[in-house]
Every structure is written in structure tokens, then in C-alpha cells.
Write a protein that binds this ligand. Sequence first.
Ligand SMILES: [Zn+2]
Length: 171
Amino acid sequence: MDYQIFEKVWRWCVRRHPDKGRRWVKDRYFMSVGGRHWVFGDTLPLRFVSAAEMPITRHVKVKGYASPFDPALKDYWNQRAARKIEERYLSRKKKILETQGYRCWRCGCAIREEDRVHFHHKIPRYAGGPDNAWNLHAVHRYCHQILTKHSDYPLRRGRGDAAREEGHGNV
Ligand SMILES: [Zn+2]
């Protein structure tokens, strides 16, 4: 266990039992396991916690006995999958912006943080345009409207304003 973590854990244990001696606290919370001393664990622990096993919080943690096969936890897993997809698409959009030097593909002006960014398919998906960096460009929302207006590819019939807004931006 890292010393800093150990110190915190130790102080917590001591604080919890102000009427007990250090020796008692040690016997109560620490044990020797497989040659390792001072392994932290409550009495009859189910598992021992070492620094290396501490959960990495930037990932969505899988709860104790969570399993995708448990119907009660289906929503939980769906959320987890959704988050992953979201992360993937965010990083992809970020990459396109980086490649363009955070400048609009149409007007060449800077795309600032407060701008609404649209992702424009040069050749629309329905016309066979690929969904890759060659065909996909970050533009201002305003610029996207202009591009859409003057595109050689008219919007498909039956697509409403919502479709025109997001237009080719289905990244
Ligand atoms: Zn622009």
C-alpha cells in the first residue's frame, strides 16, 4: 500500500476507536497475507484492498456483482454503453476540429468554444459520401446553412427543418 494512503487509512482507523490502543487497532484492521504485512481489511474481509487495486474513477465503474445478464441491471449497462458511444463520437469530432486547426472548413475563421459547430458531409451520406475525415468537416452553424443551401445535393424530400438544421451533421 502506498505510504500516503496507508497513513490516511491508519489515521481513520485510530480516529474511529479513540478508546483503543494502537496495538488493538492494528489487530482489528490489519493482517499479514502471503508475506505482505499491514494489509488493510476489516475483520473477516471478503477481499483485501491495495493501492494497485483502487478503482480508476474516470471509467464507469462496474458495480459489485453487476452482470449484463441480470435483467434488473439492463438499464445500467445500457447507460454504460451509451456513455462509451458518446465518448467515442466526442473524441472523433474533437479530432476533426484539431485537424482543421479549430478553423471553419468553409470560411476559414476560428471556431470558438461558444460557437455551435456543425459537421458537414461534403458529399451527403445518402449520395454515397463516406463517413470519414476526407468527407466530414467542422463548420460554423451559419456556414453549414449556406453550404446546405448551395449544395449540389439537395436535401432529400420529406426531411424537415430539423434535418436541415443538423443536415449532414450526423457524426
Ligand atoms: Zn464558418
